[in-house]
Design a protein around this ligand. Structure first.
Ligand code: MG
Length: 273
């Protein structure tokens, strides 16, 4: 596959947003050249953004360090779980919540709000174990009888995971929130990509405008679509969900740069300086 630039090669960004799974690593394996790439952009302000709410920023920093990356500052990692908690705090300073999801989401919510399954203002659904008849009943009653707002960390229907070292497909946030939509008729506020909130919080952290950012991702339907909608520059790497030469979905914007891997992107960035 040849290197294809869909816009002229000029440096039009001053900050970088990066997806992680499929861009920097698969599971617990760093992708080829990802460590060198991250070293090459250390001087550029950047933020890691992920739809995965299951791990806290500290655990993600641990994971990156264990794989051989320079340990990033936890402030440079924004998960959909963290972004959800920040968004709720922005809506109501002392919010009460009921949540279904993994430890990373609960840790984030507990930093800013209080768990209350009787009087929650928000029913938050993220990835991870915990959905069952009882929790569905609690959440549905909070929404219908107590006017709680339904919030979804991310819209992914499925996500890649590992059980006992084997790759498995796990239900994503979009799948887990669907019984609540079905039961209550309420559409959730969705925080993760391709919706704007996660990107907007990341660029606020970096203090830049959307049009000054380059988003690097492996999914045209989430990473690239959401970033392009906000006016960011986009780079699609073919190391994750989409393999080289695979056609892109018709309803997705064409990325500015459609490239094989981070080695090619580094080469392109170095040619700009
Ligand atoms: Mg990805």
């Amino acid at each position: 596959m040849t290197l294809r630039y869909n816009t002229p090669i000029v440096k039009k960004f001053s900050a970088i947003l990066l997806d992680m799974d499929g861009v920097l690593y698969h599971g617990h394996q760093p992708l080829n050249h990802a460590i060198e790439f991250m070293q090459s952009i250390q001087h550029i302000p950047h933020c890691f953004i992920t739809n995965n709410p299951t791990l806290s920023p500290r655990k993600i920093a641990d994971k990156l360090e264990t794989m051989g990356f320079n340990r990033p500052a936890t402030e440079s990692i924004l998960t959909s779980g963290e972004a959800t908690a920040l968004w709720l705090y922005g809506q109501k300073k002392s919010f009460r919540y009921f949540a279904i999801g993994a430890e990373g989401l609960r840790d984030a919510l507990n930093k800013y709000g209080q768990y209350d399954e009787q009087h929650a203002d928000y029913v938050v659904i993220g990835e991870g174990a915990g959905i069952d008849y009882t929790s569905l009943t609690t959440g549905i009653n909070l929404i219908i009888n107590h006017k709680a707002r339904l919030v979804s960390t991310n819209p992914d229907n499925t996500v890649d995971g590992e059980i006992k070292g084997k790759h498995v497909i796990l239900p994503g946030g979009g799948t887990l929130v669907s019984p609540f939509i079905q039961a209550t008729g309420q559409q959730p506020v969705t925080i993760g990509k391709p919706f704007p909130l996660l990107y907007e919080m990341a660029i606020k952290k970096l203090g830049v405008k959307a049009q000054d950012c380059l988003m690097i991702g492996d999914r045209p339907d989430t990473d690239i679509k959401g970033a392009a909608n906000l006016g960011m520059k986009t780079a699609l790497v073919r190391t994750g969900r989409f393999i080289p030469n695979e056609s892109l979905p018709a309803d997705c914007p064409v990325p500015d740069w459609d490239i094989l891997n981070l080695a090619q992107l580094q080469q392109a960035l170095e040619s700009l300086t």
